[in-house]
Design a protein around this ligand. Structure first.
Ligand SMILES: [Zn+2]
Length: 415
């Protein structure tokens, strides 16, 4: 009897194997609805329209968007009169502590892309989310900054211990990309110019040649990793675009010619304008008189670059460039509002913080819009952002990977 049962199991397994070979996927078990956002106006971010619908969520994914009511037993969030949008993606962050990613989540961010942090903490947090220990945000790690001086980054992996403090050879740069890949990064961060956020650096100054940048891009793309490249000065940025980077981060001094080249090559611009404004104003992540002096001329120049990018057809993407510390005032909602102030329509600006970012990060099959089958990454707003863009900063609930992670509804006063 027992032998018979085993024989039957083997026969079934063989049949299953044959079916799989023939190209049929095993039928997925019907997913149970666990959470429902009921009665809200749901944004179709691609079409740019709002329509009243219920969003049914289960197994971390969107199961239905439409008139269907949730079954008994599902958790119901009444969002009547509210607006349901895809969660933000932040294309440029340096968050490396749990309290920081929590702050990002509370502002509506359900996916973070690292622009490099120390010791693979971005990768570690990303793994915690992927393994279900945290609701989110999903975190695409960049690991160690591919920069001429990797400093303490050398201690992040034993393979890097012997790396030069003046990283310049193409072989070393390729090695650093491979070590990052071995450690589970999803993107590579490099830079073509010096930084703006330190008083002693010159943001116009180029630090890597086109050949060095090409070595980085070739190695990364062979591993399926897009390269994001910090650049303020035009010469460095141009070299990076010619080398094939996926995005230029900041791009303050980009010329029309380089922006045209970016449009031609499909490279995106992640200006992180809000952080440059922070450099110029008291408080926030940066508060230094030399940086204020510098930002006085950089802010209007970057505003002009962002307007030119729109006119030329370069994709402009929202990134906060903050670590979401307790003093931070940079948020994706603020960046989206700033894009509207710089001439973008509300829906264009919202796409820059959602679906366009998902495309740049190569995760558009998974997130970035409210569609059946995608991850349930959602935010709820109190007012219509298409009519009043500042409403995008008033996030009243956040669902990340199907979990109601933030809920400020229904504003009941506790007894
Ligand atoms: Zn940065």
């Amino acid at each position: 009897m027992r032998a018979n049962r085993i024989a039957t199991r083997i026969a079934t397994m063989t049949l299953a194997g044959a079916v799989a070979l023939a190209g049929f996927a095993a039928p997925a078990a019907p997913q149970e609805v666990e959470l429902a956002l009921v009665g809200g106006s749901v944004l179709d971010v691609n079409g740019g329209t709002l329509a009243e619908a219920n969003v049914l969520v289960g197994g971390g994914r969107i199961l239905a968007v439409g008139p269907d009511s949730p079954p008994d037993g599902a958790e119901v969030l009444d969002v009547a009169g509210k607006f349901v949008l895809p969660g933000f993606l932040d294309a440029h962050t340096h968050a490396d502590e749990l309290s920081q990613v929590r702050r990002a989540l509370e502002s509506g961010v359900t996916t973070l892309r690292s622009a490099s942090v120390g010791s693979y903490r971005d990768v570690a947090i990303g793994r915690m989310v992927a393994n279900g220990h945290l609701a989110g945000p999903d975190y695409l790690g960049a690991g160690i900054f591919v920069t001429p001086n990797i400093g303490e980054g050398r201690l992040a992996s034993e393979s890097l211990f012997g790396a030069a403090s003046d990283l310049a050879s193409e072989a070393d740069l390729r090695m650093l990309v491979r070590v990052n890949a071995e450690n589970g990064v999803r993107v590579i961060k490099t830079r073509a110019t010096e930084r703006a956020g330190l008083p002693d650096t010159d943001p116009r100054k180029q630090v890597f040649s086109e050949a060095q940048l090409r070595a980085i891009v070739e190695e990364a793309e062979a591993l399926g990793l897009p390269v994001l490249c910090h650049a303020h000065g035009d010469e460095g940025a141009r070299a990076a675009v010619l080398a094939g980077v996926a995005s230029i981060e900041h791009g303050t001094f980009l010329t029309r010619e380089t922006l045209e080249l970016m449009a031609e090559r499909g490279a995106a611009l992640v200006p992180t304008y809000t952080t440059l404004v922070d450099l110029d104003e008291p408080g926030g992540d940066y508060d230094h008189p030399v940086l204020t002096l510098r930002a006085d001329f950089m802010v209007p120049r970057m505003a002009e670059t962002i307007r030119m990018a729109r006119e030329i057809g370069v994709r402009v993407i929202a990134g906060s460039d903050t670590h979401y510390g307790p003093e931070s005032v940079s948020r994706i909602g603020v960046e989206v509002v700033n894009f509207v102030k710089l001439g973008y329509s509300p829906i264009e600006a919202i796409r820059s913080g959602t679906i366009y970012t998902a495309e740049l990060l190569r995760v558009a099959d998974e997130t970035g819009s409210i569609e059946v089958g995608k991850e349930a990454d959602l935010m709820v707003l109190a007012e219509n952002p298409l009519e009043h863009i500042a409403a995008i900063q008033d996030v009243v609930a956040v669902v990340s990977n199907g979990i109601l992670a933030v809920n400020r509804l229904p504003f009941e006063i506790p007894e």
